[in-house]
Design a protein around this ligand. Structure first.
Ligand SMILES: NC(=O)C1=CN([C@@H]2O[C@H](COP(=O)(O)OP(=O)(O)OC[C@H]3O[C@@H](n4cnc5c(N)ncnc54)[C@H](O)[C@@H]3O)[C@@H](O)[C@H]2O)C=CC1
Ligand SMILES: Cc1ncc(C=O)c(C(=O)O)c1O
Length: 309
């Protein structure tokens, strides 16, 4: 049974994840190699807890668990039943973490990666007892989005998958077990198909970035939150999909490298909200207001989708 969890890496994903797991009466230790990231995460915890309150996620009868921050890796993983690795999407960085914890943890401690899409089979080549490694892919913001993908690599034991699926379920979240260890799993394969086309349309001057967002959010996003893609095919009619896809599929972007617009912006350190500029520009005040507004709307939509309003 999982009771103690260590989160390694406290950037965009770590703090919300820590808050959500603690709300499930789990004891969380949170570690980052960068002291500044630990301080930022500590500050973000209270905000995430406020959002969880607004979502109406009541603590279990036993109460809310703890989140303890540490700058000592050994202390972070000591006695953990589960480690969630949350460091940058780079197999070298992730493998370094697995090597660093390998001698510090028991052979049956489960090691989960929040990788966005590196196959688990590749990751588990860098840890002893690969049967206890599993993909546990959260979606951003992790304290608000309830779905978590669970992915087995070639060497993952079925019991490891079952333990993580049951843990997710036990704290009121929605596990989806992905049946094959394909790059990007399912959520990001679908998202990146959409993003490839969206970036291509903006890059080719078909539409302005703001209008692209209006078109997708109101035309597709709002609807797809209620009617998933498979159900949407039935709502539209498979005959319509057959006719449109017979001429449209061949015209969609099939770019197999990173779009020049993205390379140009990342090369100029325009990374989005985290650097103040990306596709759009953000002052610190705008960022704060935007994040609060998005959290408020996501909470309201989720309550309605769950039939609680
Ligand atoms: N940003 C997103 O929307 C999502 C990201 N992910 C995945 O989650 C993982 C983390 O992503 P983010 O939080 O966005 O990254 P991030 O870049 O915001 O944060 C990564 C953190 O890891 C820390 N770190 C780097 N090396 C470390 C080490 N050796 N030991 C401990 N900490 C270390 C960094 O100091 C940083 O605070 C990635 O694999 C990413 O693909 C998954 C779902 C959504
Ligand atoms: C652009 C992008 N890439 C990866 C992920 C998750 O792995 C997300 C997300 O969760 O929102 C994303 O937006």
């Amino acid at each position: 049974m999982i009771q103690r969890i260590a989160i390694i890496g406290l950037g965009t994903m770590g703090p919300g994840m820590a808050a959500r797991l603690a709300r499930g009466d789990l004891q969380v230790t949170a570690y980052d190699v960068a002291p500044a990231a630990i301080e930022r995460a500590r500050a973000m915890l209270g905000t995430a807890e406020g959002v969880l309150d607004a979502l109406g996620i009541a603590p279990p009868p036993a109460g809310v668990g703890t989140v303890r921050f540490t700058d000592d890796l050994g202390e972070a993983v000591s006695g953990a039943d589960l480690i969630i690795e949350n460091v940058p999407e780079n197999i070298v960085v992730k493998a370094d973490v697995y090597r660093a914890i390998d001698g510090l943890i028991a052979s049956d401690t489960i090691v989960a990666s929040d990788t966005s899409g590196i196959p688990i089979t590749q990751l588990q080549a860098h840890i002893s007892h690969p049967e206890r490694m599993v993909g546990m892919h959260w979606s951003n913001p992790p304290h608000i989005i309830p779905m978590i993908e669970v992915i087995a690599g070639e060497k993952t034991a079925p019991q490891t998958v079952a333990t993580i699926r049951d843990l997710i379920r036990s704290i009121g979240l929605l596990p989806v077990v992905v049946k094959k260890d394909v790059p990007g799993f399912v959520e990001n394969r679908v998202l990146y198909a959409l993003l490839r086309e969206a970036v291509d349309l903006v890059e080719r001057g078909v539409i302005e970035p703001e209008d692209l967002d209006t078109c997708v959010s109101w035309g597709i996003g709002y609807k797809i939150a209620v009617v998933g893609p498979m159900a949407l095919l039935d709502m539209a009619g498979l005959d319509i999909y057959k006719s449109v896809s017979s001429f449209l599929n061949a015209d969609l972007s099939n770019r197999d490298d990173v779009a020049p617009m993205v390379l140009e912006k990342t090369g100029a350190s325009k990374l989005g909200i985290k650097s103040g500029e990306g596709m759009f520009s953000y002052t610190p005040e705008q960022t704060k207001a935007l994040q609060a507004d998005r959290a408020r709307k996501l909470v309201a939509v989720r309550r309605i989708l769950e039939g609680r309003e």
